[in-house]
Design a protein around this ligand. Structure first.
Ligand SMILES: [Zn+2]
Ligand SMILES: [Zn+2]
Length: 335
């Protein structure tokens, strides 16, 4: 049954139980709310195999509640973060270490039930143990927002050279982490672009070199770079207009990294060839990306801006996100 554009509904379900020896039931401590949840509710995720109804919630952290008898790496009570893509470990993409491209791909909270619930059932391979003293609710957004930001920035780390300029378009849940990762992994000057003054203020607090509002951002970026444009542009918005702006601000030889989605990227091939532009899409990240971004967090090098809300306010939180009223990431906490 496909019922898009509907508010989420609460449904009583039994606590899940391991179905395979390596399954783990996680009691949710926090579940981040992502624009992808809105996209799923709008039907935009259908080409990716996401149909409703479904328990959404793909940024999950909590505690092991029950582990199947084949589970060896975690035990009841352990604090864990849930890597959302399922990976078999046996296929060629998994063996290459690009586990989000596993041929048996499933995604917790999009293609199988997720964490807008008290419990979620996941394979052991999806888990990452939290360092001692780290509360699940404080780090849940790393499971997707942090992971996605890290993957996108890490892929271009070799291009974040001194003397280059990197632009972050959209300083939301993912973008505010990416801004910090550009600093941690590279040496580019940074420019942050956001239409909202609160998010621009956040970008300034997080150390962006320059901060622009959305209007005329391509011209403004050219002005700030002596007419050259940006060597790297990370787009966390993904609308027709952000795609057009990002392409327009790209320097010769520049790379446009698309993370937010929903619009259509459209560019004359003569401009792409003449400018030797690269356009790349980013799909979440690998388990190792998640482990690495957690190492940076544990070392105190990243600020994760979150606000928590009770799980039963999920529809209000989704509306807030849709209206651009969330600064950082909203996290749902079961009662
Ligand atoms: Zn997401
Ligand atoms: Zn696989």
């Amino acid at each position: 049954m496909r019922e898009y554009h509907q508010p989420l509904e609460f449904v009583e379900q039994p606590v899940p139980e391991p179905r395979h020896p390596t399954d783990v039931v996680v009691r949710i401590g926090g579940a981040g709310v992502c624009a992808t949840d809105l996209h799923a509710m709008e039907g935009l995720m259908e080409p990716a195999g996401v149909t409703l109804p479904r328990v959404l919630g793909h940024e999950n952290a909590g505690w092991v509640h029950e582990a199947g008898n084949g589970v060896t790496t975690v035990a009841k009570g352990d604090a864990v973060l849930v890597f959302p893509p399922h990976s078999c470990g046996l296929c060629v993409p998994c063996r290459r270490g690009i586990d989000m491209l596993c041929v048996h791909h499933q995604f917790t909270g999009l293609t199988v039930d997720g964490g807008f619930a008290d419990y979620v059932l996941v394979p052991e391979r999806s888990l990452l143990s939290l360092p001692a003293g780290v509360e699940p609710v404080a780090v849940a957004p790393y499971a997707d927002a942090g992971l996605t930001a890290y993957h996108a920035v890490r892929r271009l780390q070799h291009l974040l050279r001194p003397g280059t300029t990197a632009v972050v378009v959209g300083v939301g849940g993912v973008g505010h982490i990416a801004l910090q990762l550009i600093r941690e992994l590279g040496a580019s000057a940074t420019i942050a672009v956001d239409t909202d003054s609160r998010r621009r203020a956040l970008a300034g607090e997080l150390g962006a070199g320059d901060v622009l509002d959305g209007a005329g951002s391509a011209d403004a970026v050219r002005e700030l770079t002596g007419g050259r444009g940006a060597d790297l542009v990370f787009d966390f918005v993904g609308t027709d207009s952000s795609h057009a702006d990002c392409l327009a601000m790209l320097a010769r030889g520049g790379t446009y990294s698309v993370v937010g989605f929903g619009g259509t990227v459209s560019a004359p091939s003569a401009a792409m060839v003449g400018g030797e532009h690269t356009v790349m899409g980013n799909l979440v990240g690998t388990w190792l990306d998640l482990w690495e971004v957690m190492q940076l967090h544990a070392a105190g090098r990243l600020v994760l801006k979150t606000e928590s809300h009770p799980l039963d306010s999920v529809n209000d939180v989704l509306a807030k996100l849709r209206d651009g009223e969330v600064t950082g990431r909203a996290v749902l906490v079961p009662a």
